[in-house]
Design a protein around this ligand. Structure first.
Ligand code: FES
Length: 150
């Protein structure tokens, strides 16, 4: 799908807003599920923390160093994942991965909201790892929770 210029501009504004005013930036005082992940192509990294209770992500925060795409994606992901069950969070991550691969993605199961602003990244293969950094961290943390239970 080719995006119109107006939509492109709007999406760029959404990305820059999350970059400049990151949601959920910080660290928890108490116990949390902590995952560190880096982008091997540039060395940028994020630390993601999630609070998981009864199989649900009740809260999430991140800190890190990276480009506008990686940090805005972390901001959007932490916003979107709150309140989701582990299975739903992992499902959303699969949908995001489809979006990054430029495939038709499921936009019905969840309200993707701001996340759709990142769909243009699929056109820039070198940036896909930036956009997926926080999502890979989320997957790693939550897959670990599932394994603990099994
Ligand atoms: Fe390093 Fe984007 S350039 S995460």
């Amino acid at each position: 799908m080719s995006l119109g210029n107006n939509l492109d501009t709007l999406y760029r504004q959404v990305i820059m807003d999350h970059y400049k005013n990151p949601r959920n930036r910080g660290e928890f005082d108490g116990d949390s599920l902590t995952v560190n992940m880096n982008n091997p192509t540039c060395g940028d990294r994020i630390q993601l923390q999630m609070q998981v209770e009864d199989g649900k992500v009740v809260d999430a925060k991140f800190v890190g160093e990276g480009c506008s795409i990686s940090l805005s994606s972390a901001s959007m992901m932490t916003q979107a994942v709150k309140g989701l069950s582990i299975d739903d969070a992992l499902k959303m991550s699969e949908i995001f991965s489809d979006m990054m691969l430029g495939k038709d993605y499921d936009d019905k199961t969840f309200d993707l909201g701001d996340i759709e602003a990142l769909q243009g990244v699929a056109k820039f293969p070198a940036r896909i790892k930036c956009a997926t950094l926080a999502w890979k961290a989320m997957e790693k943390g939550l897959e670990g929770q599932k394994e603990d239970k099994e």
